[in-house]
Design a protein around this ligand. Structure first.
Ligand code: CMC
Length: 385
């Protein structure tokens, strides 16, 4: 006799929640999400002021140290991040030889794991060594993403210039030319807005791996695997794939209603925590509008606004960070299947910050499962089955 999900009396199990909704698994000083008000703070600073005034490097310092750096500290971190941007030979060879049709997130996952073999402190799980490795990972992920994209397009993989910001060198390594100030700043703001977000699925994965006392490369590799899914970071690529299905003659209301009737999820909408507009989406919405019009792609922004309107009317659901970021990336000329890798390049700061926090007060993460299967069956030898 097995039990079905419907037959379970969940009132007997106060701690059971499919999807762990509302369950508090950790305490953290890294970020605060107010889902009702639609507010997000990194270590006390609201996302809007960070996106307007800060840099990704400063946000990394903030997340790792839970305070803003002074000038000397920021200079020192910038120097370290610049000096660590090169990739080891073995990873460069992998990027050159890997199947050109591979998914960029799968390549990023494998290459990140390979970095561990080349890291002099790979097995050292002390917090000092883990912070140094966090800096190396944050510095190197952009080179992996750009290197794979160039290699799959038959272009030479470029070494980092090791100057200016991570955003600057990433765009240089990707496009083969130094970005202008606006492009660098746009990429920097994308990195800031994607850096950290409470106990999302990939951060939970990262902390669970850390909690076994495994190393930071394993935790970040696992987190990349988690972010890849379309219900999490993979949604930004899925948004652009959806927008590409449209043309000027599409009846967007009918298009979205049709998807909803078929019980399909509209990518870039909904959130487990926000019950109102995601503050990151609010910021990216303005960026999408401005950038799309700069490159004569206003239509992308207009279609997006029509989708937002239908989703509000039909489901009362607002867009999340992945909806307008897709238009921002597209307007910058970035290939849609790279969007989630860029999300990873930003979120590595949050993952590693949580890794360090978990290390500082670690306890193994080991929830229970409600067993629904058979019990006390008699083993039947294979010839008698
Ligand atoms: N399109 C259509 N209906 C939706 C959507 C959506 N995007 N999101 C939620 N709903 C409906 C859902 O069908 C359900 O309706 P009903 O009660 O009638 O069955 C109700 O809203 C509650 O949804 P849920 O799936 O129980 O919510 P959840 O908290 O389990 O899932 C989510 C959250 C983000 C996975 C979900 O909203 C979703 O699948 N969104 C699309 C994928 C997406 O954009 N993901 C990126 C999330 S934000 C960035 C990140 O963290 O990576």
């Amino acid at each position: 006799m097995t039990t079905t999900e419907k037959e379970i009396d969940y009132s007997q199990y106060p701690y059971v929640d499919k999807g762990l909704e509302g369950i508090v698994a950790f305490s953290s000083r890294k970020s605060l999400i107010d889902g009702a008000k639609g507010e997000l703070y990194y270590a006390g600073y609201d996302i809007d002021s960070l996106a307007r005034h800060s840099t990704f490097e400063e946000v990394c310092f903030l997340l790792w140290n839970e305070r803003l750096p002074n000038k000397a500290e920021l200079h020192e971190l910038n120097e370290k991040l610049r000096s660590e941007r090169d990739l080891p030979e073995v990873v460069l060879n992998y990027l050159k030889s890997v199947n050109k049709d591979s998914e960029p997130m799968a390549v990023l996952r494998t290459a990140t794991s390979m970095l561990a073999d080349e890291d002099p402190e790979s097995a050292d799980t002390s917090s000092e060594a883990s912070l140094r490795k966090a800096i190396r990972l944050t510095a190197k992920l952009p080179a992996i993403i750009a290197g794979f994209d160039r290699s799959r397009n038959g272009k030479e993989i470029l070494s980092p210039l090791k100057k200016n910001s991570i955003a600057f060198d990433f765009l240089y390594m990707l496009n083969g030319e130094e970005p202008g100030e606006n492009a660098e700043r746009t990429m920097d703001v994308l990195l800031i807005t994607h850096a950290e977000h409470g106990m999302n699925a990939s951060t939970f994965t990262c902390r669970s791996i850390c909690a076994t006392m495994s190393d930071i490369h394993s935790a970040v590799t696992g987190a990349i695997g988690s972010l890849k899914g379309p219900l999490h970071g993979g949604a930004n690529t899925a948004v652009m794939n959806m927008l590409k299905e449209l043309d000027k003659d599409t009846d967007i209301v009918a298009f979205i209603k049709g998807k909803l009737e078929r019980k399909e999820k509209i990518m870039g909408f909904g959130h487990r925590v926000y019950k109102t507009y995601d503050p990151r989406a609010k910021f990216l919405r303005t960026m999408a509008k401005d950038l799309a019009s700069e490159v004569d792609m206003e239509y992308l922004y207009e279609w997006s606004e029509s989708i937002v309107k239908v989703m509000k009317e039909e489901k009362n659901i607002d867009p999340n960070v992945d909806f307008f970021s897709a238009t921002v990336y597209y307007s910058m000329g970035i290939q849609p299947d790279l969007y989630t890798t860029i999300f990873s390049m930003a979120r590595v700061s949050g993952w590693t910050a949580h890794y360090l926090e978990q290390l500082s007060k670690n306890r193994l993460i080991r929830p229970r499962v409600l067993y629904l299967g058979n019990e006390n069956l008699e083993y039947v030898p294979i010839d008698e089955r």
